[in-house]
Design a protein around this ligand. Structure first.
Ligand code: NAD
Ligand code: A1AUG
Length: 543
């Protein structure tokens, strides 16, 4: 059959809907939330296209209303991990031989389903299960996820089009083969888009996948599987299992066909997985691709020339949107003393206005943190700060888990720039501020660079171009995503490829071609058009 050279439609970012009063999207989302709250979902695993129910049911509840039951999911064991691997390997040959435009079309259809008929459903699921307000759900579960799917299809095409030079008489080609074996995707609770993207990006490049979501995200993960199925994803290409991490890891990391890990989550877990893979290296057919985006201790540094209102707005949104549970969240700030009083005053006014509560009430900016374990960990940091003499609780500091896991947006003022909360990832609504001497800007940049093992995101606020240039240079390795006069969160696919280095991960930039390259193994093909018929060099014949 003759074919043309096909081109993926030029992607552009999905517009963010406002959910303002009176808009149709607000009404639709409210209805979807109400409906989801009423029905008790019974969520199976998906292995080889089959729904698998084990009877070992785990309860799902909204973090902001933990007595309410959203439904149950069926937990599996090692046998389900084995079954998921087998299903992925069985589906592999047909999937990797399917024409690339057919694979792309499935994921482009999934994007359109999310943009249209599934938008309210996936946003509602993300609000209920992960406790995001409507805006935070929209930028994640709808827009970022849609963008991942559409942009990745275009990046895949760019990769395939990247071909080598050919001298006269030969034709060189690069074939971007999927990895030999299966890919294991392990995803975090905090972004529905990341959960969907990690298995989908590897599958788009022709791999088959075993996907283990975080238990706190299973509720919205199931909607992702529904969308993929409706989009026509063949059985066995993505197999979703709910199995305890170490149990799943024990089967996967001992399997000879394990070909790649696509991980997002905490640094400690990733390091543990990397070590396990390293120890098992002789068991594998190939060197597995290990991609991990992990924790952060993201900074904001203001220069003495910065506008205090802009700094305060960047800090409030950067630190407290989604309760600080973004890997990119501003969690340590360095403010020069000449603008500190003005920044503090603005933050005090903003924090007074911010309301906290259920995301079902759209007027709440801050909602609950994900679960009891996280609540206790964050409360522990706040309690210690209340006692420690090196730090003062400036704003917030209260918490209450009687109805949901609510923690007030909290600002600590550290006397010691290396106080614990300036160094460790808390993953909650806690920002620590250190006030510095405005004449010590360069020394403070060194402090920023050397304070934490992470290097994910960071921001500088300044009106002085020399100060911006200095920060950009001195903090070159302190953040994989560096922002000038902006908060350090909210990267947009296709605009700010996302990822960090040092303790923050392998920096394989989600939402970029760099990431997709990790899911292929290129084969170089050289074809000589008219092969020589003699071994002799031409000059030998001239003697
Ligand atoms: N850099 C990024 O792009 C990025 C994005 C989102 C989240 N994060 C990070 O993720 C963390 C929050 O997410 P989380 O609480 O879901 O992280 P987590 O590390 O607790 O869990 C991540 C995933 O790993 C699984 N897991 C845990 N132990 C395992 C084991 N021994 N073997 C196999 N799997 C195991 C979990 O079940 C989950 O699916 C934060 O540290 C945050 O900074 C990073
Ligand atoms: N990409 C998101 C963060 C993802 C991590 O949690 C941002 O840029 O805020």
């Amino acid at each position: 059959m003759s074919k043309g050279n096909y081109y993926i439609p030029e992607p552009s970012n999905e517009p963010v809907l406002t959910y303002a009063p009176g808009t149709p999207e607000r009404e639709e989302l409210k209805k979807a939330v109400k409906l989801a709250r009423k029905e008790e979902r019974d969520i199976p695993m998906y292995i080889g296209g089959k729904e698998v129910r084990t009877g070992n049911k785990i309860k799902m509840s909204p973090p902001y209303d933990h007595k309410h039951v959203l439904g149950h999911f069926h937990e599996g064991d090692a046998s389900h991990v084995e079954a998921a691997i087998k299903a992925a390997l069985d589906a592999k040959e047909a999937w990797e031989n399917l024409a690339w435009e057919q694979r792309a079309s499935i994921f482009l259809k999934a994007a359109d389903l999310l943009a249209g008929p599934y938008r309210a459903k996936i946003n509602a699921a993300t609000m209920l299960a992960q406790s995001k307000n409507a805006y935070q759900a929209e930028i994640d579960a709808a827009c970022e996820f849609i963008d991942f799917l559409r942009f990745n299809a275009a990046f895949m095409q760019e990769i395939y089009m990247d071909q080598p030079e050919s001298s006269p008489g030969i034709w060189n080609r690069l074939e971007y083969r999927p990895l030999e074996g299966f890919v294991f995707a392990i995803t975090p609770f905090n972004f529905t888009a990341i959960a969907g993207n990690l298995p989908a990006s590897a599958a788009l490049m022709g791999n088959t996948v075993v996907w283990k979501p975080n238990y706190s995200q299973v509720y919205s993960a199931q909607v992702i599987m529904e969308v993929f199925k409706e989009a026509g994803l063949p059985d066995g290409v993505i197999n979703m299992i709910y199995v305890d991490g170490p149990v799943a890891g024990d089967v996967v990391f001992n399997h000879p066909d394990f070909a790649g890990l696509h991980f997002t989550g905490s640094t400690a877990v990733f390091k543990h997985l990397w070590k396990t893979i390293g120890q098992n290296i002789d068991k594998y057919r190939s060197y597995p691709r290990v991609v991990g985006e992990t924790g952060g201790k993201d900074f904001v540094i203001a220069h003495k020339s910065a506008d205090p209102q802009e700094v305060a707005a960047g800090l409030i949104r950067g630190a407290f949107e989604f309760q600080g549970q973004k890997c990119s969240a501003a969690s340590r700030a360095y403010i020069p003393s000449n603008i500190w009083e003005a920044v503090k005053k603005q933050m005090a006014a903003d924090l007074k206005e911010i309301s906290m509560g259920s995301p079902e009430d759209f007027s709440n900016f801050v909602n609950a943190v994900i679960d009891k374990k996280s609540f206790d960990k964050i409360a522990g940091y706040i309690d210690r700060a209340k006692k420690d003499t090196d730090v003062e609780v400036l704003f917030g500091g209260n918490y209450d888990d009687s109805v949901g896991y609510f923690i007030e947006p909290t600002v600590l003022l550290a006397k010691d720039p290396k106080y614990t909360t300036m160094c460790e990832e808390i993953f909650g609504p806690v920002l620590t501020v250190y006030v510095y001497d405005p004449e010590q800007y360069e020394e403070t940049l060194t402090l920023v660079d050397q304070t934490s093992p992470y290097a994910l995101t960071g921001a500088v606020f300044s009106k002085d171009r020399y100060a911006i240039e200095l920060a950009t240079k001195k903090l070159r390795n302190a953040a994989g995503n560096f922002y000038i006069n902006d908060k350090p969160t909210g990267a947009v696919v296709g605009q700010q490829p996302f990822g960090g280095a040092r303790g923050s991960g392998t920096n394989d930039k989600a939402g970029a071609g760099i990431n997709l390259l990790r899911w292929v193994s290129a084969r170089t093909i050289k074809e000589t058009l008219v092969p020589p018929k003699s071994y002799r060099y031409p000059f030998l014949d001239q003697e």
